[in-house]
Design a protein around this ligand. Sequence first.
Ligand SMILES: Nc1ncnc2c1ncn2[C@@H]1O[C@H](COP(=O)(O)OP(=O)(O)OP(=O)(O)O)[C@@H](O)[C@H]1O
Length: 659
Amino acid sequence: MSLFVINRYLGDEVTTSEDRSKALLQKLHEQAKDRQQQRQHPKAKASPKDDHVEETNTKPSINETLRKTKKRKKKQEEEEEGELKSPSDENEQDSGQQEATCIKEKKQTKKKKKLIAEECNEVIEHISKNNEGSMAEEPGGAKVTSSDPSSILLGGFEPKSVEKVLPVLPQWLAQPSLVQKNIKQNLVPIHDIHCLHPKVLKKLEANKVKYLFPVQAEVIPAILDSTCHGFLLGKGGYRPSDVCVSAPTGSGKTLAFVIPIVQALLQRVVCEVRALVVLPTKELAQQVCKVFNTYVDGMGLKVVMVTGQKSFLKEQESLIHKTAFGFCSLADILVCTPGRLVDHIQQTEGFNLRHLRFLVIDEADRMIDSMNQDWLSHVTKAVFQVVADSPNMLFTRKEPGILTAASSCLPQTPLQKLLFSATLTQNPEKLKQLGLYQPRLFTSKQKGTSDDSSETQMESSTSGNFSLPEGLTHYYIPCNLNSKPLILLHFLLSLRFSRVLCFTNSRDASHRLYLLVRSFGGISVAEFSSRLSPGERKKTLKEFEQGKVQLLISTDATARGIDIKGVKCVINYDAPQFIRTYVHRVGRTARAGKAGLAFTMLLKVQENPYFSMLRDAGAPEMQKQLVKSENLKQYEQRYEEALIELQRAVKNERAQKRS
Ligand SMILES: Nc1ncnc2c1ncn2[C@@H]1O[C@H](COP(=O)(O)OP(=O)(O)OP(=O)(O)O)[C@@H](O)[C@H]1O
């Protein structure tokens, strides 16, 4: 193709003879010789006049070459015309002869084309040699000879600076609905929310909820608005927007989905799974299930939890009931972990999600991370599963595509996704995996000013710009590896908090620290990690909540979502590696608008990276909390003894494992 273009440019589309190529080659050799001679006798071109002479001597030689090529082309055309004329005149001759002529012609053309290519390459080489130093570049990148600006040579493919394309956030992410961060100053009386059903209002009052928190006052009406024509249809027959909520830890996100779901399902006649809440851990599922149970009590709705805490058979029995007419659902609201849910979709006969109206994805950023388990596609398949000869065609659902006049004539129960997290990713790439429909974002994180560049907005939204609770004060404690355990013990013994949650980065670290504190004595301590069975974990959390355990040493298993009342202090014994982990860990205190303290123990080398991580996330600066070494002296003897005890305990455990 490029050769064709070059041929066209040279005006040499038609073939030329081998002799001519040789002649041209000879000429080029002669010219090269001349130039070499001139270089050997520089005096010959001392004056500028001579310079000009040389230039004009060289340039005409190119133009001459081109002119000659054109001339040859014309001559060749004439020759070819003559050649072509003869067979057409002899049209009546036999076809065999014609075929032979044709093959001969093709061969000739091929040979000629090869020659042209060779010749052209020589011409180009020659031109470029002659033009060295006399080429000027046009803004577009094409090159113009100084003598003839009208002749443009192909090229100009050198790397150029390309204008940066700025990333643009989708409108829904760039312009979210803002939720007030300060809970106490923005409480909304429940009677001011006009869309709440009297039964729901009564229930809220019975649970001593007189005011809605800001996130609830924003999100509950928005969800209820999409059910104003009944939960079987979206508003005006249209598919409702999906809802994404990013609000600080302890801001009341759970009630923000529990209340509208309970109210929407109040009108249901037949029991079917209409709301599905997916959570990352058993403990969180249990907690959310408890809240649902509080609000469905006396409303005629059933909540079922499947997380693997009970046997599979028991869970199946709690989900469906077989009758003479087929299977009946025993759940209106299903709270689950993703793995167990997929097991039931695949293995529980009669279990279906064909009537699902709300899909709640709590701790959504964590759930997106677990998307590789493909649980969402299993759910979607189950929701839009086509049942052959279904008696009730009203409920036949098709996976929605593009809205057309035809599709809008067949309104169907919409599936609305509701996403909640304190650290919801606003990375469109990640959110895309959830297949959201015209989403609405509610967030308490105010992005800079409106005239922030979209690049800044994009950066802040994807790098995790999260809010900490208003009531939280956070400190860092400078320490070294040796003083760390002693500082912790000093803290616990001197501050005397009733419930302290202490995080480490691994279950082994949690276990060792637990053994050390237990050996030291004077503090009621427990550990929480995957070392414990689900039953033991449940018991430990209960005892901690009841105040029987003063210090709970935990892995990140309790970092997310767990709502334990009365936790006044969180200690990061090991500094968390990610800002999201930090936000969730410290969010176990300062909940529901209350005050709370968070301490992070930092080694000298950790300080700067840590501060910059928090700064990047837009978190307020940490205050320094110094512990004087003389304050630790009083514990040193006991600490040494505890270390010996710890060594013994670890040895015993190893021996037990081996036997
Ligand atoms: N309107 C309200 N009035 C009084 N207390 C409330 C109200 N809403 C929620 N709470 C209480 O606030 C606490 C925190 O609520 P919730 O667990 O829903 O927070 P969250 O935003 O889900 O936190 P996290 O992000 O950590 O999961 C709970 O103890 C809850 O009972």
